[in-house]
Design a protein around this ligand. Structure first.
Ligand SMILES: Nc1ncnc2c1ncn2[C@@H]1O[C@H](COP(=O)(O)OP(=O)(O)OP(=O)(O)O)[C@@H](O)[C@H]1O
Length: 308
């Protein structure tokens, strides 16, 4: 379990993390999302004792990281995959970490197999691709079979097969009751991997809840409905506070009414419906809505760049 209370980090005049509170619970994958510069890495670094908070506390299993008697056995961390000694082989790199922390050779073999780097165990880390470096960093994080795992952008550089592998691994760790905190900019990946989300923007928490609650709270859900009597249905549904719009494909989108309310209104007016579907926003929609006002580095051109 990770607990952060009024955690603050200032760099001179800049407040990178502004008095945030959250708890990351075991048995779940918690996604940590936010635009560039939002404060994710700084928060993670404070949790694992690499940065000193300006104020507040960050605890893992009830203690500050520096007070953990066997940190590697309690918290596994991937913050910078390039941190490995470049001239060492993957095996020697993991063995040296294991030796410093009283972890046996057998575990080194296990994590190499788990992360798929056993095939390149005798290659020097300096020649690793970004993806292999990520796998090595994850292997190091898992060496102590820790209860809590913190991974900053673990999918960085991984190919689609590697991304699938990470997803399965994190789901497996959560199912085994571990606490998993994961940051990633890949929304589709986050949507499929995380159970719970913490969204941060400009150093402040913008949302903290289950995946479903965060999405439904930030995006208006709507009801999509099809009928041959479009105009009559639109007239029947029109009411204060209800938004009714017609789509290019002829379907009608209704906001602020449930599917049941739409169906009942149509039935009362004797209108036959051919489709009634509740449409929920995506994580990407929710993320963009939540962070719209808190994006520090925003492109000044449109995404395509062609029409601006
Ligand atoms: N050592 C430092 N000195 C000064 N400012 C810093 C330092 N480290 C981070 N910052 C600033 O603190 C803010 C938060 O940075 P941080 O790296 O935590 O964001 P992030 O959410 O991890 O971003 P990204 O998604 O780009 O990795 C940024 O404005 C950054 O420029």
């Amino acid at each position: 379990m990770i607990r952060v209370q009024t955690l603050t980090k200032r760099y001179g005049d800049k407040t990178a993390v502004d008095g945030i509170d959250f708890t990351v619970r075991p048995g779940k994958v918690t996604g940590f999302l936010g635009p560039n510069g939002a404060g994710k890495s700084t928060t993670m670094r404070m949790i694992v004792g690499l940065d000193q908070p300006s104020a507040g506390i960050a605890e893992v299993n009830g203690r500050a990281y520096r007070d953990l008697p066997a940190p590697l056995r309690e918290v596994g961390v991937l913050l910078d995959a390039r941190a490995a000694h470049r001239r060492r082989t993957a095996y020697k790199h993991l063995l040296s970490i294991a030796a410093t922390h009283g972890i046996g050779r057998a575990r080194v073999g296990e994590v190499m197999e788990l992360t798929g780097i056993d095939a390149v165990a005798t290659r020097r880390v300096g020649g690793f691709s970004l993806g292999m470096g990520q796998r090595l960093g994850i292997a190091a994080a898992l060496l102590g079979d820790p209860q809590t795992v913190i991974l900053d952008e673990p999918t960085n550089g991984l190919d689609p097969e590697g991304i699938l592998w990470i997803r399965a691994l994190l789901r497996q760790l959560a199912a085994a009751g571990k606490t998993v905190l994961l940051s990633s900019h890949l929304m589709s990946e986050m949507a499929q991997t995380a159970d719970h989300l913490i969204v941060i923007g400009r150093g402040a928490i913008l949302a903290d809840g289950s995946m479903r609650d965060v999405i439904t709270g930030a995006t208006p859900s709507s009801v999509r409905v099809r009928t041959h009597e479009v105009e009559r249905l639109m007239a029947a549904l029109t009411a204060p506070g209800v938004t009714v719009s017609i789509r290019a494909d002829g379907a009608i989108d209704v906001e602020h009414l449930s599917a049941e309310q739409v169906a009942s209104t149509a039935a009362a007016a004797g209108i036959v419906l051919h489709e009634v579907t509740s449409v929920e926003g995506s994580l990407e929609d929710a993320y963009l809505a939540l962070t719209a006002a808190a994006t520090e580095y925003r492109a000044t051109t449109s995404p395509s760049g062609a029409n601006s």
